[in-house]
Write a new protein. Structure first.
Length: 381
């Protein structure tokens, strides 16, 4: 009832229901509970209380907290804590500002890693210094609008939510306060949960895959209002910016498209790093709008563009696709040194609006893979 009411108030109710009913019935693999997966068994509160508890300190993106890739079959309760901040940030090199809302003071919020069957337990803190109520909707969870119904916190309050991470993959989380969901999301409130299979990642033939480093990239489409002269407007507060921002959002044309909160955030001192021979996992989340990541000079060796590890990964991709409202993953083993660009390959969004970062790779050049046979020079007869 509650969900129906919610959808109806968002103007989505009838269309969504009709589509579901009209879906053709076809023979296919079901998403039924997995066999031979005791970690997914239903547990009573007493049984959950006996599970091992692990407390994890989150780290700021693009880094991801330390974690194991493979673990034993016994699930754990993994505790996280995030604090919400509201503050003005610079979003480009010209000093354009926005009143951001953030989980743990970063865009995206920190990435949380657990394993399939674990219970994720988050304490969400909304300090009294903030002005707005917030909450969290986990796409990895089941029920209560993703947890949003159970985590509404006013300034000065906190709440703790536990959910069973019973599907592997990368899933976004985001704030979703009734009446202003889109605004809180585009102002910065999204991040990723990665639920790893307990026996690690596998390629499409079932062989184990391992990564040496992981980076998390959150892409944000921003809608900064302009004045009559076309200059970006500056506001004294979040509330003051709301009306104009909503109008800009309704135009569906972002003023900026940025990785990790600002044009150039993943360049220079903020660039990602790797070495030749290292395998890097790139997590890419976009809570609101589609994007198409590409590594210039590289590939996606193994890509879960839908982000769900029960699916076999695609291989050798040039460009992959992250649907607005999801997170996907690409694995790449670097073979050449140099500066790589990691971009949204709508190149206008990358080069003009900001959706680009760098990966600095050390190591020896491989002439077999590429060689400059003769450098640029005058045309010869
Ligand atoms: Cu919020």
């Amino acid at each position: 009832m509650e969900r129906r009411h919610f959808l109806k108030s968002a103007g989505l109710g009838v269309a969504a229901g009709t589509t579901l009913l009209a879906a053709p019935v076809q023979a296919r693999e079901t998403a039924a509970p997995k066999k031979n997966a005791p970690w997914l068994a239903a547990r009573t509160e007493e049984q959950i209380a006996k599970l091992e508890r692990v407390k994890v300190d989150l780290v700021a993106p693009p880094m991801v907290h330390k974690h194991e890739q493979k673990v034993g079959p016994e699930p754990r309760v993994v505790e996280f804590r995030m604090t919400i901040s509201e503050r003005e940030i610079e979003v480009d090199r010209d000093g354009t500002t926005m009143h951001a809302m953030m989980f743990d003071d970063s865009m995206p919020g920190p990435t949380m890693v657990v394993h399939e069957g674990d219970y994720l337990e988050l304490t969400l803190v909304n300090p009294a210094t903030n002005t707005m109520p917030h909450n969290i909707d986990f796409h990895a969870s089941t029920g209560a609008l993703g947890g949003a119904k159970l985590t509404n916190v006013n300034p000065g309050e906190q709440a703790t939510l536990r959910f069973k991470a019973d599907r592997s993959g990368t899933f976004i989380y985001h704030c979703a306060p009734e009446g202003s969901v889109a605004w809180h999301v585009v102002q910065g409130m999204h991040g990723t949960v990665m639920v790893l299979p307990r026996d690690g990642l596998k390629d499409s033939a079932g062989n184990p895959l391992h990564y040496d480093r992981v980076y998390t990239i959150g892409e944000f489409d921003l809608y900064i209002p302009r004045d009559e002269k076309g200059n970006f407007k500056k506001y004294g507060s979040s509330a003051e910016s709301y009306g104009d921002t909503l109008e800009a959002m309704r135009g569906l044309i972002p003023s900026h498209v940025v990785f990790n909160g600002k044009v150039g955030a993943l360049m220079g001192d903020g660039a990602m790093k790797a070495k030749v021979g290292e395998t890097v996992l790139f997590i890419h989340s976009q809570a609101n709008r589609d994007t198409r990541p590409h590594l210039i000079g590289g590939h996606g060796d193994w890509v879960w563009e839908l982000g769900k590890f029960d699916d076999p990964p695609a291989k050798n991709l040039e460009t992959w696709f992250i649907r607005g409202g999801s997170a996907g993953v690409a694995l790449y083993t670097f073979k050449q040194p140099g500066v790589y660009a990691y971009v949204n390959h709508n190149l206008i969004e990358a080069m003009e609006l900001g959706a680009a970062g760098h990966v600095l790779v050390e190591g020896d050049w491989n002439d077999d893979l590429m060689k400059q046979v003769s450098p640029p020079g005058p045309i010869k007869a």
